[in-house]
Design a protein around this ligand. Structure first.
Ligand SMILES: Cc1ncc(C[n+]2csc(CCOP(=O)(O)OP(=O)(O)O)c2C)c(N)n1
Length: 350
Protein backbone atom coordinates (compact mmCIF):
# COMPACT_ATOMS: atom_id res chain seq x y z
CA UNK A 1 0.00 0.00 0.00
CA UNK A 2 1.51 3.34 -1.03
CA UNK A 3 1.17 6.27 1.37
CA UNK A 4 2.99 9.56 1.87
CA UNK A 5 2.38 9.47 5.60
CA UNK A 6 5.57 9.00 7.66
CA UNK A 7 4.75 6.56 10.41
CA UNK A 8 6.38 7.76 13.67
CA UNK A 9 5.16 4.83 15.73
CA UNK A 10 5.34 1.54 13.78
CA UNK A 11 4.87 -0.43 17.01
CA UNK A 12 1.47 1.13 17.55
CA UNK A 13 0.56 0.46 13.89
CA UNK A 14 1.54 -3.15 14.38
CA UNK A 15 -0.77 -3.40 17.40
CA UNK A 16 -3.67 -2.21 15.28
CA UNK A 17 -2.84 -4.63 12.47
CA UNK A 18 -2.47 -7.52 14.92
CA UNK A 19 -5.86 -6.65 16.41
CA UNK A 20 -7.38 -6.65 12.95
CA UNK A 21 -5.89 -10.03 12.15
CA UNK A 22 -7.18 -11.34 15.48
CA UNK A 23 -10.71 -10.13 14.71
CA UNK A 24 -10.66 -11.73 11.26
CA UNK A 25 -9.40 -15.00 12.73
CA UNK A 26 -11.80 -15.11 15.69
CA UNK A 27 -14.89 -13.34 14.39
CA UNK A 28 -14.59 -13.41 10.62
CA UNK A 29 -14.28 -10.95 7.80
CA UNK A 30 -17.80 -9.51 8.19
CA UNK A 31 -16.93 -8.33 11.70
CA UNK A 32 -13.67 -6.85 10.40
CA UNK A 33 -15.56 -5.01 7.68
CA UNK A 34 -18.06 -3.75 10.26
CA UNK A 35 -15.29 -2.46 12.54
CA UNK A 36 -13.51 -0.69 9.68
CA UNK A 37 -16.75 0.97 8.72
CA UNK A 38 -17.37 2.03 12.32
CA UNK A 39 -13.86 3.45 12.59
CA UNK A 40 -14.30 5.34 9.32
CA UNK A 41 -17.60 6.80 10.49
CA UNK A 42 -16.14 7.85 13.82
CA UNK A 43 -13.09 9.37 12.15
CA UNK A 44 -15.30 11.41 9.85
CA UNK A 45 -17.38 12.60 12.79
CA UNK A 46 -14.15 13.79 14.37
CA UNK A 47 -13.27 15.73 11.26
CA UNK A 48 -10.79 13.33 9.64
CA UNK A 49 -11.12 13.55 5.89
CA UNK A 50 -10.79 9.89 5.02
CA UNK A 51 -11.71 8.21 1.74
CA UNK A 52 -15.15 6.56 1.79
CA UNK A 53 -15.50 2.92 0.81
CA UNK A 54 -17.69 2.27 -2.21
CA UNK A 55 -18.84 -1.17 -1.17
CA UNK A 56 -21.39 -1.85 1.55
CA UNK A 57 -22.02 -5.31 3.08
CA UNK A 58 -23.38 -8.04 0.82
CA UNK A 59 -26.92 -7.75 2.16
CA UNK A 60 -30.02 -5.60 1.82
CA UNK A 61 -29.31 -1.88 2.15
CA UNK A 62 -32.57 -1.15 3.95
CA UNK A 63 -32.93 -2.92 7.29
CA UNK A 64 -36.32 -4.56 7.96
CA UNK A 65 -37.03 -2.07 10.77
CA UNK A 66 -36.56 0.84 8.36
CA UNK A 67 -38.73 -0.56 5.59
CA UNK A 68 -42.05 0.99 4.66
CA UNK A 69 -45.09 -1.26 4.52
CA UNK A 70 -46.68 -1.79 1.10
CA UNK A 71 -49.89 0.25 1.09
CA UNK A 72 -53.18 -1.43 0.23
CA UNK A 73 -53.79 -5.09 -0.41
CA UNK A 74 -50.46 -6.69 -1.21
CA UNK A 75 -52.06 -10.17 -1.44
CA UNK A 76 -54.10 -9.09 -4.47
CA UNK A 77 -50.92 -7.65 -6.00
CA UNK A 78 -49.08 -10.90 -5.33
CA UNK A 79 -51.82 -12.91 -7.04
CA UNK A 80 -51.81 -10.62 -10.07
CA UNK A 81 -48.04 -11.10 -10.32
CA UNK A 82 -48.55 -14.87 -10.28
CA UNK A 83 -51.19 -14.71 -13.06
CA UNK A 84 -48.87 -12.57 -15.13
CA UNK A 85 -45.95 -14.98 -14.73
CA UNK A 86 -48.18 -17.93 -15.56
CA UNK A 87 -49.51 -16.37 -18.75
CA UNK A 88 -46.02 -15.36 -19.84
CA UNK A 89 -44.81 -18.91 -19.38
CA UNK A 90 -47.84 -20.36 -21.20
CA UNK A 91 -47.37 -17.95 -24.12
CA UNK A 92 -43.71 -18.86 -24.59
CA UNK A 93 -44.35 -22.59 -24.11
CA UNK A 94 -47.11 -22.47 -26.73
CA UNK A 95 -44.84 -20.67 -29.19
CA UNK A 96 -42.53 -23.64 -28.96
CA UNK A 97 -45.11 -26.43 -29.17
CA UNK A 98 -45.61 -28.64 -32.20
CA UNK A 99 -42.14 -28.04 -33.56
CA UNK A 100 -42.78 -24.32 -34.04
CA UNK A 101 -39.57 -23.52 -32.18
CA UNK A 102 -40.15 -19.77 -32.10
CA UNK A 103 -38.05 -19.28 -28.98
CA UNK A 104 -38.69 -16.68 -26.29
CA UNK A 105 -37.47 -16.10 -22.75
CA UNK A 106 -38.93 -16.87 -19.35
CA UNK A 107 -36.21 -16.59 -16.72
CA UNK A 108 -35.57 -12.89 -17.29
CA UNK A 109 -39.12 -11.89 -16.41
CA UNK A 110 -39.32 -14.43 -13.58
CA UNK A 111 -36.35 -12.83 -11.90
CA UNK A 112 -37.56 -9.24 -12.28
CA UNK A 113 -41.33 -9.75 -12.00
CA UNK A 114 -41.54 -8.45 -8.41
CA UNK A 115 -39.69 -5.26 -9.30
CA UNK A 116 -41.94 -4.54 -12.26
CA UNK A 117 -45.06 -5.25 -10.22
CA UNK A 118 -43.96 -2.87 -7.48
CA UNK A 119 -43.36 -0.33 -10.24
CA UNK A 120 -46.77 -0.86 -11.88
CA UNK A 121 -48.67 -0.81 -8.61
CA UNK A 122 -46.94 1.94 -6.68
CA UNK A 123 -44.44 3.92 -8.73
CA UNK A 124 -44.92 4.28 -12.50
CA UNK A 125 -46.98 7.29 -13.50
CA UNK A 126 -49.39 6.94 -16.42
CA UNK A 127 -50.41 9.52 -19.03
CA UNK A 128 -52.94 11.05 -16.64
CA UNK A 129 -50.08 12.34 -14.50
CA UNK A 130 -49.64 16.14 -14.57
CA UNK A 131 -46.05 15.92 -15.78
CA UNK A 132 -46.79 13.20 -18.34
CA UNK A 133 -46.20 9.45 -18.24
CA UNK A 134 -42.95 8.07 -16.93
CA UNK A 135 -40.54 6.80 -19.55
CA UNK A 136 -39.67 3.15 -19.13
CA UNK A 137 -36.87 1.20 -20.74
CA UNK A 138 -37.95 -2.43 -20.30
CA UNK A 139 -35.28 -5.12 -20.15
CA UNK A 140 -35.17 -6.72 -23.61
CA UNK A 141 -35.72 -10.36 -22.73
CA UNK A 142 -38.44 -9.59 -20.22
CA UNK A 143 -40.93 -8.78 -23.02
CA UNK A 144 -43.07 -11.95 -22.46
CA UNK A 145 -43.99 -10.71 -18.99
CA UNK A 146 -44.82 -7.23 -20.24
CA UNK A 147 -47.13 -8.71 -22.89
CA UNK A 148 -48.68 -10.94 -20.28
CA UNK A 149 -49.31 -7.97 -17.94
CA UNK A 150 -51.00 -6.14 -20.84
CA UNK A 151 -53.12 -9.25 -21.50
CA UNK A 152 -54.19 -9.48 -17.85
CA UNK A 153 -55.10 -5.77 -17.99
CA UNK A 154 -57.14 -6.38 -21.17
CA UNK A 155 -54.89 -4.29 -23.42
CA UNK A 156 -53.89 -7.30 -25.53
CA UNK A 157 -56.09 -10.24 -26.49
CA UNK A 158 -55.48 -13.97 -26.75
CA UNK A 159 -54.80 -13.73 -30.47
CA UNK A 160 -51.90 -11.42 -29.74
CA UNK A 161 -50.40 -13.95 -27.34
CA UNK A 162 -50.85 -16.73 -29.88
CA UNK A 163 -48.88 -14.64 -32.35
CA UNK A 164 -45.95 -14.06 -30.01
CA UNK A 165 -42.80 -13.58 -32.08
CA UNK A 166 -44.89 -13.45 -35.28
CA UNK A 167 -45.90 -9.97 -36.32
CA UNK A 168 -48.72 -11.30 -38.52
CA UNK A 169 -50.91 -8.61 -40.02
CA UNK A 170 -50.29 -6.25 -37.13
CA UNK A 171 -51.95 -8.63 -34.66
CA UNK A 172 -48.79 -10.19 -33.35
CA UNK A 173 -46.10 -9.43 -30.82
CA UNK A 174 -42.50 -8.56 -31.58
CA UNK A 175 -39.86 -10.64 -29.83
CA UNK A 176 -38.44 -7.65 -27.99
CA UNK A 177 -39.41 -4.07 -27.16
CA UNK A 178 -39.57 -2.32 -30.50
CA UNK A 179 -41.53 0.91 -31.15
CA UNK A 180 -41.16 0.61 -34.92
CA UNK A 181 -42.84 -2.81 -34.95
CA UNK A 182 -45.37 -2.00 -32.20
CA UNK A 183 -45.69 1.79 -32.11
CA UNK A 184 -48.68 1.81 -29.74
CA UNK A 185 -47.03 -0.45 -27.23
CA UNK A 186 -43.30 0.11 -26.79
CA UNK A 187 -41.63 3.42 -26.02
CA UNK A 188 -38.00 2.38 -26.60
CA UNK A 189 -36.04 -0.41 -28.29
CA UNK A 190 -33.79 -2.06 -25.73
CA UNK A 191 -32.50 -5.37 -26.94
CA UNK A 192 -29.33 -4.00 -28.51
CA UNK A 193 -27.89 -4.27 -25.07
CA UNK A 194 -26.29 -1.14 -23.68
CA UNK A 195 -28.12 1.33 -25.87
CA UNK A 196 -31.13 1.55 -23.54
CA UNK A 197 -29.15 2.54 -20.44
CA UNK A 198 -27.12 5.14 -22.31
CA UNK A 199 -30.12 6.55 -24.21
CA UNK A 200 -32.03 6.83 -20.93
CA UNK A 201 -29.32 8.91 -19.31
CA UNK A 202 -29.38 11.34 -22.24
CA UNK A 203 -33.18 11.28 -22.18
CA UNK A 204 -33.23 12.30 -18.51
CA UNK A 205 -30.59 14.94 -19.24
CA UNK A 206 -32.63 16.28 -22.16
CA UNK A 207 -35.73 16.60 -19.98
CA UNK A 208 -33.72 18.80 -17.64
CA UNK A 209 -32.35 20.76 -20.59
CA UNK A 210 -35.88 21.44 -21.86
CA UNK A 211 -36.87 22.62 -18.42
CA UNK A 212 -33.93 24.94 -18.01
CA UNK A 213 -34.71 26.44 -21.45
CA UNK A 214 -38.30 26.89 -20.23
CA UNK A 215 -39.57 24.77 -23.09
CA UNK A 216 -41.22 22.05 -21.02
CA UNK A 217 -41.44 21.46 -17.31
CA UNK A 218 -39.91 18.13 -16.23
CA UNK A 219 -42.10 17.98 -13.11
CA UNK A 220 -41.73 14.73 -11.20
CA UNK A 221 -41.64 12.63 -14.35
CA UNK A 222 -39.15 9.78 -14.10
CA UNK A 223 -37.04 7.77 -16.51
CA UNK A 224 -36.75 4.11 -15.48
CA UNK A 225 -34.22 1.65 -16.86
CA UNK A 226 -34.55 -2.07 -16.33
CA UNK A 227 -31.39 -3.79 -17.44
CA UNK A 228 -29.65 -7.12 -16.93
CA UNK A 229 -26.43 -7.87 -15.09
CA UNK A 230 -25.02 -9.45 -18.26
CA UNK A 231 -25.99 -6.29 -20.11
CA UNK A 232 -23.75 -4.32 -17.78
CA UNK A 233 -20.80 -5.87 -19.66
CA UNK A 234 -21.64 -3.75 -22.69
CA UNK A 235 -19.44 -0.64 -22.50
CA UNK A 236 -22.40 1.62 -23.33
CA UNK A 237 -24.41 0.38 -20.35
CA UNK A 238 -22.19 2.05 -17.78
CA UNK A 239 -20.44 4.47 -20.12
CA UNK A 240 -22.40 7.58 -19.16
CA UNK A 241 -22.94 6.93 -15.45
CA UNK A 242 -20.75 9.79 -14.30
CA UNK A 243 -22.61 12.22 -16.58
CA UNK A 244 -25.86 11.32 -14.81
CA UNK A 245 -24.33 11.99 -11.39
CA UNK A 246 -22.59 15.19 -12.48
CA UNK A 247 -25.86 16.55 -13.84
CA UNK A 248 -27.74 15.51 -10.66
CA UNK A 249 -30.28 13.54 -12.65
CA UNK A 250 -32.57 12.52 -9.82
CA UNK A 251 -35.29 11.93 -12.41
CA UNK A 252 -33.46 8.73 -13.43
CA UNK A 253 -33.68 5.30 -11.82
CA UNK A 254 -31.81 2.19 -12.90
CA UNK A 255 -33.06 -1.21 -11.75
CA UNK A 256 -30.35 -3.78 -12.45
CA UNK A 257 -31.78 -7.27 -12.47
CA UNK A 258 -28.89 -9.39 -11.20
CA UNK A 259 -30.17 -12.89 -11.86
CA UNK A 260 -26.57 -14.05 -12.28
CA UNK A 261 -27.22 -15.52 -15.71
CA UNK A 262 -26.71 -14.28 -19.23
CA UNK A 263 -27.33 -15.85 -22.59
CA UNK A 264 -23.98 -17.58 -22.77
CA UNK A 265 -23.53 -18.72 -19.18
CA UNK A 266 -23.27 -17.39 -15.65
CA UNK A 267 -22.50 -13.74 -15.01
CA UNK A 268 -19.15 -13.67 -13.13
CA UNK A 269 -18.83 -17.36 -12.21
CA UNK A 270 -17.04 -16.92 -8.90
CA UNK A 271 -17.43 -13.20 -8.40
CA UNK A 272 -20.05 -10.95 -6.90
CA UNK A 273 -21.59 -8.93 -9.70
CA UNK A 274 -23.88 -7.05 -7.30
CA UNK A 275 -20.88 -5.79 -5.33
CA UNK A 276 -19.00 -4.98 -8.51
CA UNK A 277 -21.88 -2.93 -9.88
CA UNK A 278 -22.41 -1.21 -6.56
CA UNK A 279 -18.79 -0.08 -6.76
CA UNK A 280 -19.20 1.18 -10.33
CA UNK A 281 -22.42 3.09 -9.63
CA UNK A 282 -21.41 4.48 -6.24
CA UNK A 283 -17.96 5.37 -7.54
CA UNK A 284 -19.63 7.38 -10.30
CA UNK A 285 -21.70 9.23 -7.68
CA UNK A 286 -24.99 7.34 -7.70
CA UNK A 287 -27.15 6.34 -4.73
CA UNK A 288 -27.40 2.55 -4.62
CA UNK A 289 -30.00 0.45 -2.84
CA UNK A 290 -29.29 -3.28 -2.85
CA UNK A 291 -32.01 -5.87 -2.50
CA UNK A 292 -30.69 -9.40 -2.07
CA UNK A 293 -33.22 -11.01 0.20
CA UNK A 294 -37.02 -10.91 0.10
CA UNK A 295 -38.89 -10.11 3.31
CA UNK A 296 -39.64 -13.84 3.80
CA UNK A 297 -36.01 -14.09 4.88
CA UNK A 298 -36.06 -11.37 7.53
CA UNK A 299 -37.25 -13.61 10.33
CA UNK A 300 -34.79 -16.34 9.38
CA UNK A 301 -31.81 -13.99 9.16
CA UNK A 302 -32.63 -12.42 12.51
CA UNK A 303 -32.19 -15.82 14.13
CA UNK A 304 -28.81 -16.46 12.56
CA UNK A 305 -26.68 -15.12 15.41
CA UNK A 306 -23.41 -16.27 13.87
CA UNK A 307 -24.11 -14.55 10.56
CA UNK A 308 -23.51 -17.77 8.63
CA UNK A 309 -26.29 -17.17 6.15
CA UNK A 310 -25.03 -13.75 5.15
CA UNK A 311 -21.59 -15.21 4.58
CA UNK A 312 -23.09 -17.74 2.21
CA UNK A 313 -25.09 -15.21 0.27
CA UNK A 314 -24.21 -16.40 -3.19
CA UNK A 315 -25.90 -17.56 -6.36
CA UNK A 316 -25.91 -21.14 -5.17
CA UNK A 317 -27.66 -20.11 -1.99
CA UNK A 318 -30.74 -19.14 -3.84
CA UNK A 319 -31.23 -22.78 -4.73
CA UNK A 320 -31.67 -23.49 -1.05
CA UNK A 321 -34.93 -21.58 -1.15
CA UNK A 322 -36.35 -23.99 -3.62
CA UNK A 323 -34.65 -27.22 -2.68
CA UNK A 324 -33.63 -27.19 0.98
CA UNK A 325 -34.09 -30.90 1.41
CA UNK A 326 -32.59 -32.12 -1.86
CA UNK A 327 -30.18 -35.02 -1.27
CA UNK A 328 -27.32 -33.13 -2.92
CA UNK A 329 -27.77 -30.06 -0.76
CA UNK A 330 -25.29 -30.99 2.02
CA UNK A 331 -22.58 -31.47 -0.60
CA UNK A 332 -23.28 -28.13 -2.18
CA UNK A 333 -23.71 -25.99 0.90
CA UNK A 334 -21.98 -27.95 3.64
CA UNK A 335 -23.90 -29.54 6.49
CA UNK A 336 -23.23 -26.73 8.94
CA UNK A 337 -24.95 -24.12 6.77
CA UNK A 338 -27.91 -26.32 6.06
CA UNK A 339 -28.36 -27.01 9.73
CA UNK A 340 -28.17 -23.28 10.44
CA UNK A 341 -30.81 -22.45 7.91
CA UNK A 342 -33.11 -25.18 9.13
CA UNK A 343 -32.66 -24.23 12.77
CA UNK A 344 -33.36 -20.58 12.00
CA UNK A 345 -36.35 -21.51 9.91
CA UNK A 346 -37.81 -23.85 12.52
CA UNK A 347 -37.22 -21.48 15.43
CA UNK A 348 -39.14 -18.89 13.44
CA UNK A 349 -42.01 -21.20 12.56
CA UNK A 350 -42.41 -22.82 16.00
C1 LIG B 1 -25.09 -5.46 -28.17
C2 LIG B 1 -25.64 -6.85 -27.96
N1 LIG B 1 -24.77 -7.89 -27.89
C3 LIG B 1 -25.24 -9.16 -27.73
C4 LIG B 1 -26.58 -9.39 -27.65
C5 LIG B 1 -27.08 -10.82 -27.51
N2 LIG B 1 -27.64 -11.01 -26.17
C6 LIG B 1 -28.96 -10.91 -25.95
S1 LIG B 1 -29.34 -11.10 -24.31
C7 LIG B 1 -27.74 -11.38 -23.89
C8 LIG B 1 -27.38 -11.62 -22.47
C9 LIG B 1 -28.23 -10.83 -21.53
O1 LIG B 1 -27.84 -11.05 -20.23
P1 LIG B 1 -28.55 -10.27 -19.07
O2 LIG B 1 -28.42 -8.80 -19.27
O3 LIG B 1 -27.99 -10.81 -17.78
O4 LIG B 1 -30.09 -10.60 -19.22
P2 LIG B 1 -30.88 -11.96 -18.91
O5 LIG B 1 -29.98 -13.11 -19.25
O6 LIG B 1 -31.23 -11.93 -17.47
O7 LIG B 1 -32.06 -11.85 -19.82
C10 LIG B 1 -26.92 -11.29 -25.02
C11 LIG B 1 -25.45 -11.47 -24.98
C12 LIG B 1 -27.45 -8.27 -27.75
N3 LIG B 1 -28.78 -8.40 -27.66
N4 LIG B 1 -26.96 -7.02 -27.89
Amino acid sequence: MGTFFKDQDPEETKDWLDSLEGVIEKEGSEKADFLLRKLTDRARELGVSTSPGVLTPYSNTILPENEDKIPGDSIVARNVAAYVRWNAMAMVARANKDGKGLGGHIATYTSVSAMYEVGYNWFFRGPESKSGADLIYFQGHSSPGIYSRAFVEGRLDEKHLKNFRQEVGGHGLSSYPHPWLMPDFWQFPTVSMGLGPMAAIYQARFMRYMESRELRSAGDRKVWVFMGDGESDEPESLGALSLAARENLDNLIFVVNCNLQRLDGPVRGNGKIIQELEGRFRGAGWHVIKLLWGSEWDAVLQRDNEGLLLKKNSARWWMVIFRPFAPVAPNIYGKKYLVTILVCWLSWKI
